[in-house]
Design a protein around this ligand. Structure first.
Ligand code: FMN
Length: 162
């Protein structure tokens, strides 16, 4: 399994419906995923889920966007053949004229080496906690770590990228 490389300036874009089924992917998203557009459109976004991702991160992602707010998250994704790539994703809800959420939008860029050097061991610990004590244990470790870093999740995440 090798790490896939991509241009730092080009965003990786996908859109989903309210259930998280893929409704759009830009060319780079399709290339990295290694699936055809036909395979991806309509598929649940977890089609590219990597087993190294702690579940707590996706819970936070969904809780945040379903509440109408945006989130930044570091994510490792898995291509069809098992290759992988890290991203910093910005996921936002899309609204209709009445303010209802009609779907979600994700724009991803390459994380800095510094960000990865912090996030990789953090995610390994979260995953280990999850295996030991389920979501409760990983949620506890998650909150403890964020509070040690100053208490604001988004500030912590974006400070790593600076
Ligand atoms: C707009 C949007 C983009 C997403 N992008 C990814 C992604 O790139 N990789 C990923 O694993 N999950 C992504 N997710 C989260 C998935 O919907 C899903 O929650 C996650 O893969 C975990 O799958 P599971 O709940 O079946 O374990 C995205 C969700 C939304 C709404």
């Amino acid at each position: 399994m090798k790490e896939l490389s991509f241009d730092t300036n080009e965003p990786i874009v996908s859109k989903t419906d309210t259930k998280g089924r893929i409704t759009y992917g830009n060319e780079l998203f399709l290339r990295l995923a290694g699936y055809t557009e036909t395979e991806l459109l309509g598929a649940p976004h977890n089609i590219i889920r990597h087993p190294d991702m702690p579940r707590i991160v996706f819970k936070l992602l969904w809780d945040t966007v379903q509440a109408g707010r945006e989130i930044y998250a570091y994510v490792i994704n898995r291509a069809k053949n098992g290759d992988y790539y890290w991203v910093l994703a910005n996921v936002t809800p899309s609204f209709d004229a009445k303010g209802n959420i009609v779907g979600y939008y994700s724009v991803r860029r390459r994380p800095t080496p510094h960000a990865l050097s912090v996030i990789q061991p953090f995610y390994r610990e979260l995953l280990a906690a999850e295996k030991r004590g389920g979501m409760e244990a990983s949620a506890q470790l998650f909150e403890q770590t964020i509070s040690q870093k100053g208490g604001r999740y988004d500030q912590f995440i974006l400070s790593l990228q600076a």
